[in-house]
Design a protein around this ligand. Structure first.
Ligand SMILES: CSCCC(=O)C(=O)COP(=O)(O)O
Ligand SMILES: [Zn+2]
Length: 211
């Protein structure tokens, strides 16, 4: 028996899946030096999320905890410093089941070297790995927000942009990294992998064409 506002089974399954997915993301080089955070929705009011400061290459089930959708801890521990950027997505989109955040080389260089507030990925077959995209003849616009240590303010800024329909699958934070979300964790991982590969390709393309 449990008096938790979510099922023990869903929490255990989420912790296992997040630990395995986190190790996979780290192995790709997208979560260096304890950076990044990952979460899975548990139900309408709670999510499982990585604890703050954990080495993602060694991520274990015990490195996951539960929070409510206001970002308050629902189990012991200190949640990710960026918890509000996850719970904001769950609050706004009831159909979303997972959020992944990474700190890749490509996302950092692209947002630091090019000052634009929007990054466009266009014409790539791999765009079809994203939920709802069915042709390479698609244009994905990824907004770029300036980095800040005020995560509550950033979550509010992102939420306003989402309410205006200005963000579809992902956004970037300048000099920081990528956030993306999807209906469940496997879909979110596939989407993240596609986006990170496309960002790396886009960086190469810009270098080669000297833009
Ligand atoms: C060491 S990277 C700085 C913090 C950060 O951007 C991040 O993604 C990890 O923060 P957390 O509190 O989730 O460990
Ligand atoms: Zn971060």
């Amino acid at each position: 028996m449990t008096d938790r506002p979510f099922s023990t089974a869903s929490y255990r399954d989420a912790a296992r899946a997040l630990a395995a997915t986190g190790q996979r993301i780290y192995a790709n080089g997208w979560s260096p030096a304890t950076s990044s955070n990952y979460s899975v929705r548990l139900n309408a009011t709670h999510a499982a999320i990585t604890r703050s400061g954990k080495d993602k290459g060694l991520l274990r089930e015990t490195d996951i905890m539960a929070v409510d959708l206001q970002g308050q801890p629902a189990t012991d521990g200190k949640p990710s410093a960026e918890t509000l950027l996850h719970t904001q997505v769950y609050q706004r989109f009831p159909e979303i089941g997972a959020v992944l955040h990474t700190h890749s080389h490509a996302s950092t260089v692209l947002t630091m070297h090019w000052p634009a507030n929007m990054l466009t990925l266009e014409g790539y077959e791999l765009l079809k790995a994203l939920e709802g995209i069915h042709t390479h003849e698609s244009r994905l616009q990824i907004p770029v927000f300036d980095n800040t240590q005020d995560i509550a303010a950033l979550a509010s800024e992102v939420d306003t942009a989402m309410a205006e329909g200005a963000i579809s699958h992902a956004y970037l934070i300048r000099g920081h990294g990528l956030y993306t979300w999807a209906s469940d964790l496997p879909s979110c991982y596939r989407q993240l992998e596609a986006l990170e590969v496309l960002l790396a390709v886009e960086l190469d393309r810009r270098r080669l064409s000297g833009v």
